[in-house]
Every structure is written in structure tokens, then in C-alpha cells.
Design a protein around this ligand. Sequence first.
Ligand code: BG6
Length: 491
Amino acid sequence: MAFPVDFLWGGATSNVQYEGGFGEGGRGLSTHDFETAGSKEQGRQITLICADGNRSSVGIRESFPDKAEAEIFEDCYYPSHRAVDFYHFYKEDIRLCAEMGFRIFRFSICWSRIFPNGEGEPNEEGLLFYDHVLDELERYHIEPLITICHDDMPNELARRYDGWSSRHVIELYVNYAVLLMERYCNRCRYWLTFNEINLISGYAQIGTHKQDYQTIYQAKHHMMLASAKAVAEGHRINPDFKIGTMYAMSAYYPADSHPLNVEACYRTRRESLFFSDIMLRGYYPNYSEILLADKGIHLDIREEDREVLRQGVLDYMAISYYRSSIISTESHFRIMKIIGGEPNPCLRKTPWDWTIDPVGLRTTLNELYDRYQKSVFVVENGLGAEDVPDENMEIQDDYRIDYLRQHLQELKKAVETDHVPVLGYTMWGCIDQVSLSTGEMKKRYGFVYVDMDDEGQGSCKRYRKKSFDWYREIIRTNGESINERSMENGL
Ligand code: BG6
């Protein structure tokens, strides 16, 4: 048998894209609440109120909204406000996950639901919502995998402290993380301190005014300290906790065999592993100086910070894996985000132009285990595609089955043949949710279709897609049915 009997099959979600419940149960404003719906071509916008009181939309916010919040939300559509309404549908959603046989369900807690302003007293009503979510999961024997912070923060922390650029936010985060870990001490084993910490993030993720390298890397340093402190506290609260952080991963290939392109590819790879190198080993690596100097960054790293990082090494590495990238000397300097790069003529692409590279998943899993010798958890993988229901609301998503099967086949080889210890696999967006990068609803990932469109119109009713039964069978057979082909229909 390829997969261990306790392999954690499941699905993954994030509050920003899934939960909704805006303004309900005492939830405070989150940084994502200012993001409008977007498109593949334009991405998303952040609405701001300028100093002169006029409203404008920009990619990067330059001034804090200092007007009454109601004014900000008047005319645009902001998908995070309702998302797909897990807040009211959680019982039904968890029942559907149980029907598929999930052993684990990844979700994130909305920080501003627990600390509406980021500090002060916690909001008991917010905590009660997550208590109920855990009750439902327990009812079906599904383990939770909790992401403490999935790319969001209370907007008040961005407004008051400029988000993660402030050291003060470290203590506020630790306070929040400890509250959750103590409350769920015996109810949750697997934790993630942050989502995709290795991406060059924007306002919604890190809450900073400025988006230059100096600001972003200093903010990331603070996030790594916060994570390390939460890890140390978590192990004190329950030594059996398994605490990780999630990294955006893709395979990288040099554009050709020119040594300079190979070298650029190597450097880009190392840059994408910079944060995991620190957090899985407990110290800044030898190449930090050159990496930071190349970007004109001077980090404020204090002596005590080094001890904090040493004390808070992660237990496992969690990754998202969607695609691979081609790197040349040119693209190395061009890419701001760690994933992306140039198109690969050997590979097909998704409708949203992400390359489809299952083999790269196996390579990546091997590479990461070779490097860190720690278990890996694939907490995101999946296909964003447009699903069109027929008149009976049935969705024949063979293309999704095809994508997932190929990735799971490679995952199986990594486990069975290469002996990489993989803890589990949580398919991204198991119930359709709003796309993070584009704000579109039509970019769907789920086994379950949610009746909601790009303008936020729809009943939110849930419908099982064809892939629902397929995944149920994968879990039922603990991965033995992966090689069975019931259809031939690629993208
Ligand atoms: C990961 C994020 O980057 O990719 C998720 O952790 C996101 O939040 C996922 O949804 C897929 O990206 P997108 O833009 O297609 O939603």
C-alpha cells in the first residue's frame, strides 16, 4: 500500500475567500474587506479614501481610510464580505466533506473576528463560531488543520501600526495565537502559523503602506519572529502539537542550458526557499547577506531575534503547489512574486494560464525533504477552471479529475518510491470559493459547486460535481484507485 493508513486526505479553505459573515458576530474589519472583485487581466483593487475625501481605486493603497467605514463600502462589490457564506453554511459544508470521507479539513480563523481591532479583549462570539465549526468536525471525526493567519489581519492594525512593519504587531499576533492554541489545546493537532509567507505580499496580506523590498522583508522578519514565538508557546501548551508554516512552491527550470540561466534559476529557487531555510533551520542562511544586499535591503535583526528564531523551529513544512516556472537571467530580475516566470513550451496551461506540471510536484517534494529532512504536507493543490452546470445543475468536471489524478499519481510516487514522508493532501478550495488573486467566483476549484457569480449574486446553494464521487473513491481506497481512468478528457 502506497499511502500510510493515517494519511490525511482532505480539503482546504481560507476565511477571506470562504467565510463571509461580514459585520456579523462582532467581527471587525479585515484588510481584505477593502478589496474589490477583479478579473484575470486586472487582478484586484483596493478602495481607499484619499486625504481630500475622494474615493479612488488603486492596486496599492497609499493612504489609510479615515472616513466612516460605511462610506467606503457604498458602491463597489467586495467579495470577502459574503464570500460563499461558510458562516451560515458550515454545517452543510462539513457534512459534504464528511460524505467524501475527509480525514482533515483546513480552514483559517479570521483574526478580526477574534480581535476586532487587533488588540484588547477577545470577542467571545467570534470564538464561539469556531467552537461550533470544531463541534461539527468532531461529529464526523474530521481533524481540523487551522491556519492562524491566511493573508489577512485586522484592518485597525494596518491603520494604526502600518501592519507588520511594526514590531508591536508581533506580540499582538502571539497573544492571538496563544488564545487559539489554549482554547483548542485538545481539539486541534495541526497548525499553520501563516499562509504562503514566502510571497512578496501586498497591503491585504501584510498591512503596510509601502510595498518596497525594504518594507516587505522587514515585515516578513517580524512575521517570522511572531511565528517562532507562537511555535515555542504552542509546544509549551501542548507538546504534541504539530506546527508548520505554509510556503508557495513551484518547480523551477532554467530556460536553457546556458550557465547564466542555470545560475539565475538556482538563485531564484534559493530566494523562494529563503524563508523556509530560516524557519525550518532556525537561523538566517549564509546567502542572506548577498540576497538582501542585491535588493538594497538592510534588515533590523536584533541579537535577541536570533535566539527567538532558534527556539521556534517548525515541526513540518506545508506547501501549496499549482505550477512550475521557467527562469532566465531576465525573468530572475523581473519576477516580483516567487511563482510565475516564463511559459514552458512542454506543458499545457490552465484557462488562467498556470502551467500544469504534475511531475514538478514529485521533484519539489523530493527537493524539500532532501533539504530539510522534515515531513511535508501538501495543503494546497488544485485546478481553477470555469464550471458550467447543465439544466439539472450537474457539472461534468473531467478536466479537474484529470488534473488531480495526475498530481496524485506523482504524489504517490514521491511517497511510495522515493519515501518522502508526506503527512497529507488537502485539495484547495474543496467547496468553491472566491479566487484570491483575481477576486472572481468563476475561477472554481471545488468538488462542490456554489451557486454564486462574479457579482455576488446567487443562492449559495451547494451542488456535488462529478469530481466529488471521484475524490470520495480516492479516499475510500486510501489512494489505491488513483491509477484507474474512468474518462479521457484533458483541458
Ligand atoms: C494560494 C493561496 O496562493 O493559491 C490561496 O493560498 C489561493 O488563498 C490559491 O486561493 C489559488 O489562487 P487563486 O488566485 O486561483 O485563488
